[in-house]
Design a protein around this ligand. Structure first.
Ligand SMILES: [Fe+2]
Length: 289
């Protein structure tokens, strides 16, 4: 890898003017494919990621064989018999899947995350307020690995660095794709995986991600991911906002109401705010409810 050229291009802006314009046009509610020019970076080679996986605390690293049946229960997932370092180094030959979570725990990765987010920070802060809780994740996957249908509570841009992926996204806040009760259960401690129906597939938007492409995924927009025929490396840069925390707390408050026999109205999506219900949940949480 050419360290000088990658650092050079990195300083030049990873998201160019056109991508930042596109991001501005779609944020925070529409998924959109953007261009990025971080084609290589010394912190994102397989060797560097193997070292990162070894250095991170155990709870920040998840990995397993990549050729599992789609419906396997979490408790039945076998160990792949290798260390995280070897799993990543051998991703070309061993059918595996690994995620490195909260890479910002390491100062050099924290700097990388913050420098990427700095490029779009003025755009996002103009809409959803202060950028909060920046977090970074790296996904290293063997060919054909599948990430099942789920949603995430963060604003997220996933940068494809190596190999290709297809991500299919669905509109955020549409109860057809994720029922209100599922949102509420998630924010009250449930799992992020969603209930899939085969007839959803034709209604989703399928995005093709190759190195140099990134995708912005809105908060709680359901999606699933399929890796192409080559090993894949992706970097996910995420943040929260007052808006996203209010939506999350309003969902939790609704769950509390529903358990008490009330059928609550779903929180509004952007630009609606959900201050009153969020405040309700924050008061309950303080009271230990
Ligand atoms: Fe996701």
């Amino acid at each position: 890898m050419n360290q000088i050229s990658s650092q050079h291009s990195f300083r030049q802006h990873v998201f160019g003017d056109e991508s930042r314009r596109q991001f501005d046009a779609c944020y925070p509610e529409q998924a959109a494919v953007l261009d990025h020019n971080m084609m290589s970076h010394e912190l994102l080679t397989l060797d560097a990621l193997a070292e990162l996986g070894t250095a991170l605390p155990e709870e920040s690293v998840e990995y397993n064989p990549g050729d599992l049946p789609v419906g396997i229960k979490p408790e039945d997932v076998p160990d792949n018999g290798m260390s995280i370092g070897d799993t990543i180094r051998m991703i070309d030959s061993a059918a595996s899947w690994a995620v490195l979570k909260n890479i910002e725990q390491m100062p050099e990765y924290e700097r990388l995350l913050h420098s990427l987010l700095a490029e779009i920070r003025p755009i996002l802060e103009a809409k959803t307020g202060q950028m909060l809780k920046p977090q970074g994740f790296v996904f290293v996957s063997s060919p054909n690995a599948v990430t099942p249908y789920h949603f995430d509570p963060e604003h997220n841009i996933l940068l494809q660095l190596r190999g290709e992926k297809w991500m299919t996204t669905f509109p955020a806040g549409n109860a057809r794709y994720a029922a209100d009760e599922i949102h509420e259960g998630y924010h009250l401690g449930g799992h992020r995986n969603l209930v899939w129906q085969d007839d959803f597939e034709a209604e989703g938007t399928r995005h093709h991600l190759t190195p140099g492409k990134a995708i912005f995924v809105p908060v709680m927009a359901p999606h699933f991911v399929k890796v192409g025929p080559e090993p894949s490396i992706s970097l996910s840069i995420t943040w929260r906002s007052d808006w996203s925390f209010e939506e999350a707390d309003a969902r939790a408050f609704n769950g509390w109401l529903r358990k008490r026999g009330v059928t609550p109205k779903a929180p509004g999506r952007f630009p609606a705010r959900n201050k009153a219900k969020a405040l309700g949940w924050r008061v309950l949480r303080k009271l230990g409810g």
